[in-house]
Design a protein around this ligand. Sequence first.
Ligand code: SAM
Length: 417
Amino acid sequence: MSFFPKVSFQREVEEYLTKVFRNNEQFQGLSVPVLEHPKLQDVLLIPVIGPRRDLQKQPSEVIVGAQCGYAVLRGAHVYVPGIVSTSRFLKAGDLVSVYSDIEGKCKRGAKEFGGVKVFLGNGISEVTRSDIFSSSGPVNGLGIRMTEPVYLSPSFDGVLPRLLFLQNLPSVVVSHVLNPQPGERILDMCAAPGGKTTHLAALMHDQGEVIAMDKVANKVKKMKQNAELLQLKCIKAFCYDGTKALAAEEREAGQEGPPFLPESFDRVLLDAPCSGMGQRPNMAYPLTLKEVTSYQPLQRKLFTVAVQLLKPGGVLVYSTCTITLSENEEQVAWALKTFPCLQLQPQDPHVGGEGMRGAGLPPAQLKLLQRFDPSAAALQGTALDSVQGCREADLIALANKDCIGFFIASFTKRSSR
Ligand code: SAM
């Protein structure tokens, strides 16, 4: 989690969060560690604890959709629209076990479900079955209050919304690697919902300009709301296709938005659309092979525009939340070959591992790449009792590994002179 823009409040925020989480019934009075990241002063780390294997499953079952399931794994309660089916006689106050229908096969309103389902934990029902599946349409609001989730991950709903922004650790690292300076002009090419955009603006103390583009209109709306909530005025968001962001001719006087003339930006972030295989939590992967392989060409198109829009001497950071060689190291090898003006740079901070072999990059270049590979940490899990007795340094080391799969490469563009 990163929090901004008022970094000097870090200690107060930490104490506040510790108090909030202590009062959370899921934690039953246990203290949840809230840790300062030693290398990133605007980051507080909150380890997710689990899986808890000692929970007793209840006879009364509630099945939720996959999206709702992911939210529960991230600390949410179950809201009525997410419920797909319940046991026949469910009533308010019942203790229930909640499962995710990861293949989307459960029929709405079914009284039992024998398909593939993943246990998410236990909770107390706030509603009766007829409230959910009534002919007048489902009620909204809280459906199941999760009292024993498989993963303990405190909800941030309404917690200091003007000060905090919840992000995965590698996403926070990206903005630091780009290292935007106050007064600069930055392009965030694929920006929605704006986690990195708002972080970049905060790192610039809201001075300068962050141009944030995304192809999807609804996501751009959300990004504008996020910028407003965090009171960041230097962000200008546009709904635009990044592959078309290079102007073919002179711009009209006073034109603020895309397309832009070549060499318009001091720094460019290309947080590219990708196959998303590093995303966590993830219980099923819905993309076909054709969809997975469609990302490499799209990323190359966006990258080509990014290089042209970058000023000589500027910085270009390329990132993905996936783990495939073809969208990561192979893209770097292609970029260095296609654009001799680009030079691969060391990254600060470098808390992930180095790049993966297989794309023909020499060891010295692999060391400059940053790859987050959570596979080992994810299998191990984080037990509640181990967190209670753990040294802070060990917890931070674990948090640096137990995150989403991610990749970062940083380039500078040589001056043509
Ligand atoms: N940077 C974002 C953040 O930190 O919140 C996440 C970006 S997400 C990895 C990739 C984004 O690229 C999606 O929001 C998607 O809508 C957008 N996208 C896909 N194709 C695009 C294109 N051709 N031009 C601009 N945005 C595109």
